[in-house]
Design a protein around this ligand. Structure first.
Ligand SMILES: CC(C)(COP(=O)(O)OP(=O)(O)OC[C@H]1O[C@@H](n2cnc3c(N)ncnc32)[C@H](O)[C@@H]1OP(=O)(O)O)[C@@H](O)C(=O)NCCC(=O)NCCS
Length: 165
């Protein structure tokens, strides 16, 4: 394959592109919040709670095509040994080319580097692409909140997955 795929830490300049990627890729398969407003000249994915340093981006042939967000689940010292994947998206045009897998692997590597013991995440029960991806990366199902969300006219389970490092 001639495509060059790499990950790097995000910076503030990625905000507008990531906003658009997120908006364009939105669906109730992967997102429980409502769709963001259409992008404008000022739109950026980043704010006080969504900081560039919590994101890794993937570049395919030099183009940003995806991101993963890795954060401590809470600010509590008692919870500081955990990192949570809390955001993962790949541009529709770049899916099924290994980008998501590389992003998850990079997030796990970052968690290891900062000394985390475990990586956790939540995924909708019917999000088969994401669940398969996480399983392939070594995550296992650790819990299910039945019918946690009501999306598109049906109740959907929320699935907790985890990986011990
Ligand atoms: C989930 C998502 C990130 C996957 O990204 P991707 O770059 O297409 O994934 P990859 O190409 O790295 O796929 C890795 C593995 O995941 C699984 N997978 C990915 N997409 C799949 C699909 N549509 N159906 C079944 N399995 C799929 C496969 O096991 C795949 O390995 P394979 O291609 O060797 O069979 C992407 O579909 C996406 O952005 N979805 C919308 C947002 C979302 O759901 N985020 C997760 C929230 S928890």
């Amino acid at each position: 394959m001639s495509d060059t795929l790499r990950t790097r830490p995000a910076d503030a300049a990625d905000g507008p592109l990531l906003y658009r990627l997120d908006h364009d890729g939105w669906s109730t398969l992967g997102e429980v919040a409502e769709r963001s407003a259409p992008p404008t000249a000022d739109s950026t994915l980043f704010d006080e709670r969504h900081r560039p340093q919590d994101y890794l981006v993937a570049e395919l042939d030099g183009q940003v095509v995806g991101y993963v967000r890795l954060v401590p689940p809470t600010p509590l010292p008692s919870n500081a040994h955990i990192r949570q994947i809390s955001g993962l998206a790949v541009d529709r045009s770049a899916r099924r080319r290994g980008v998501g897998a590389v992003l998850v692997a990079a997030a796990v590597a970052r968690a290891r580097r900062v000394g985390a013991r475990r990586v956790t995440l939540r995924v909708l029960g019917y999000n088969t692409p994401a669940r398969k991806l996480y399983e392939a990366a070594g995550f296992t199902v650790e819990g299910v909140s039945p019918e946690e969300f009501y999306l598109d006219g049906r109740y959907v389970d929320d699935v907790v997955m985890g990986l011990t490092l």
